[in-house]
Design a protein around this ligand. Structure first.
Ligand code: NDP
Ligand code: AOF
Length: 360
């Protein structure tokens, strides 16, 4: 199953909105055959391993199959993998975790058992959920997994007082940040960052088979039609709270989609926005915003994970990571749990989760 998880990992960048799944087929004789999810519309992991077995002329009857997610039982863009395993006459299927999609959960396992195949469920289920944490979040909660990336100095500053922030972290940390952008379905920022940094927010520092959707929270449609984000590759979606026919037309003429998502006090309803992003198939949402939008997302309890790069430098007065508070008591502090602390180039990468989000 560990090999199957490694295979699943290879699909992380091209699988979305599908889950990244890995498969290892152990034939009764010969070497293991590996498979993983191909881009949407192409082979799932089990079908991939079975196709490889056919290409190699390896008999699949009696084989044991390890797969990181329950085989599908429904006709989507590809035929059901459970049927393919039945037709291949495999003897045993070990599934790491059941499909979280309430419409199909358990059906693939039932289909295999009904055909007389021995099925076991639960081996390395925690790791299997973790690799598809965004897909699980979308299926179970109806919102993407929100991962907030912050690049800061050791004293926690994300920009100088005058707004300048490029660059705080080094080249290796910035490239690492692009790898996290690449696996997300969408990258989200706020209008403050668009106006101050004129960012592109696309994936350039690492190779990628696709560009994530770029999303701007822009209550009053203030994104300049000449902004670089509208010129770089990939689609742009702007959430506004108020319509403005002229500004909307100018942004649409540049290829952006504008969605109205009004909330209280003339601002975008951030929870409704997340539900809408999930409906659009976004599993992981990568946030790269300034202290104001970061603070709003935290205050509304919408942040699932922090991806923080800390540079070994001090900036003194400047913008904080997230604007919230002031708290009255230390008991009110937002406690986090470190998942990982890792050097990246000359900087440190810290991944941390708030309580209740340690696992999914
Ligand atoms: N080092 C780093 O990792 C990063 C640093 N930065 C830096 O941050 C600075 C920009 O910060 P900031 O201005 O905070 O930028 P943001 O990206 O946070 O955008 C701020 C805007 O978001 C809006 N906003 C906040 N909450 C909501 C909500 N609930 N609904 C709708 N809109 C909301 C605010 O609107 P309103 O005004 O109406 O309240 C505000 O105008 C720049 O200097 C940039 O360089 C930016 C990104 C990453
Ligand atoms: N300053 C800063 C970051 N800033 C983030 O990168 C954005 C620019 O993206 P792009 O236009 O695609 O290069 C910027 O608006 C902000 O969100 N990132 C980092 O890894 N390290 C840094 O020091």
């Amino acid at each position: 199953m560990k090999r199957a998880l490694e295979e699943a990992h290879r699909s992380l960048w091209h699988a979305p909105p599908n889950p990244a799944v890995g498969c290892v087929l152990l034939p009764t004789a010969g070497a293991p055959i590996l498979g993983h999810t191909q881009p949407p519309g192409h082979r799932h992991a089990e079908a991939d391993a079975l196709a490889r077995a056919r290409e190699l002329g390896v008999a699949t009857a009696g084989a044991t199959v390890f797969v990181t997610l329950e085989p599908c039982s429904h006709f989507g863009r590809t035929p059901p993998c459970a049927d393919a395993l039945v037709e291949a006459r495999v003897a045993r299927v070990v599934v790491a975790v059941q499909d979280p999609n309430p419409l199909v959960a358990g059906r693939g396992i039932e289909r295999l058992r009904a055909a007389g195949i021995q099925v076991e469920v639960g081996l390395l289920d925690r790791e299997a959920r973790e690799i598809n944490i965004g897909f699980f979040s979308r299926m179970v909660r109806g919102v993407p997994w929100v991962r907030m990336k912050i690049a800061a100095s050791l004293d926690g500053r994300t920009a100088l007082d005058n707004g300048r922030s490029q660059w705080i972290t080094g080249a290796a940390a910035r490239a690492d940040g692009h790898a996290w952008r690449a696996r997300a379905g969408a990258v989200l920022t706020g209008i403050g960052t668009v106006l101050e940094d004129d960012p592109r927010l696309d994936v350039r520092e690492v190779e990628t088979p696709r560009q994530p959707l770029r999303v701007i929270v822009d209550s009053r449609l203030e994104t300049p039609p000449g902004a670089r984000i509208l010129q770089s590759p990939g689609s742009v979606l702007i959430y506004a709270a108020q319509d403005d026919v002229v500004r909307r037309a100018a942004l649409e003429a540049r290829g952006a989609e504008v969605a109205l998502c009004p909330g209280p006090s003339g601002k975008v309803d951030l929870s409704a926005m997340l539900r809408d992003l999930a409906r659009r198939g976004i599993n992981e949402l990568h946030v790269e915003a300034g202290h104001k939008l970061n603070g709003s997302l935290l205050r509304e309890g919408l942040v699932d994970e922090f991806l923080i790069y800390l540079a070994p430098k001090l900036l003194g007065l400047g913008r904080e990571m997230l604007r919230f508070g002031p708290l009255q008591s230390l008991d009110e502090a937002v406690g986090l749990r470190f998942l990982e602390v890792q050097p990246v180039g000359e900087d440190l990468r810290i991944r941390a989760r708030p309580p209740g989000r340690e696992r999914f």
